[in-house]
Design a protein around this ligand. Structure first.
Ligand code: SAM
Length: 224
């Protein structure tokens, strides 16, 4: 599966793409991630990606032309791509709430293009060229880079081979994530953790019991 990200801060993605699972998935050809610097699509000498908002108001707005040119260059304009299998999204706090269901649907696509905004946002005319606006939550970040990474990571881990077998099982059966992942509290050694204060924190006894039906019941009761 291919991801393209349009950003004015491409360097932000360096360590993310170098991280072990991600870089292995890239090496194995499970994902192909291309980061595009919007600034390189500016036609003026100063490579100005932003300008003041019409009508006044604070801050700067990312211009439409460089983003349009970048989309055209990567063949992601609506008339250049297969709109059933290749989607383009603008990251925006005004967008549709990004959820595990959206991730699951995205994981079935061939290609996802993400446009990361900055400053006061993106010239609204960019919305003419995208399939939708996506929000990763009801709060405001300074840019769309972290939201883009959230989308890429959550979709990638649903792809067969990214993490191991259970993700591919999930994709093929379209099970709910809670059927295959631990959405209950998990513990590991030591059985009793003693803090510097002397306070003791023990693992629930049932998990040490070896009684699988009791453990299953406890986990069901504690699954959110
Ligand atoms: N008022 C602006 C708007 O509604 O887009 C807020 C701009 S925000 C400071 C700068 C950029 O960060 C946005 O254009 C968007 O790409 C990204 N961003 C901020 N919060 C986000 C969120 N919760 N989900 C997705 N993207 C977000």
């Amino acid at each position: 599966m291919r991801f393209d990200v349009l950003t004015i801060f491409p360097g932000v993605f360096d360590s993310f793409l170098g991280e072990s699972l991600m870089s292995k998935a890239i090496e194995k050809g499970i994902i192909d991630i291309r980061i595009h610097d919007i600034r390189s699509y500016c036609s003026d000498a100063h490579a100005q990606v932003d300008d003041r908002p019409f009508g006044g108001g604070p801050g700067m707005v990312l211009k439409v032309e460089p983003i349009y040119k970048a989309l055209k260059d990567i063949e992601a304009l609506p008339n250049q791509r297969n709109t059933d299998t290749e989607h383009v999204y603008l990251l925006s706090p005004r967008g549709e709430q990004y959820t595990q269901d959206v991730a699951r649907r995205m994981s079935l696509l061939d290609r996802v293009v993400l446009i990361a905004g900055r400053y006061e946002g993106v010239d609204a005319r960019v919305e003419e060229f995208v399939d939708g606006l996506l929000s990763i939550g009801p709060y405001i970040l300074s840019g769309g880079e972290i939201p883009s990474m959230s989308v890429i990571e959550s979709v990638s881990r649903l792809l067969p081979g990214y993490m191991g077998n259970f993700e591919s099982i999930m994709k093929s059966t379209k099970d709910k994530i809670s059927d295959v992942e631990s959405e209950y509290p998990v513990y590991t050694r030591p059985e009793i953790f003693v803090a510097d204060s002397g306070d003791k924190y023990a693992v629930p006894k049932v998990l040490l019991s070896g009684n699988h039906s009791k453990i299953k019941k406890w986990r069901n009761e504690h699954t959110v």
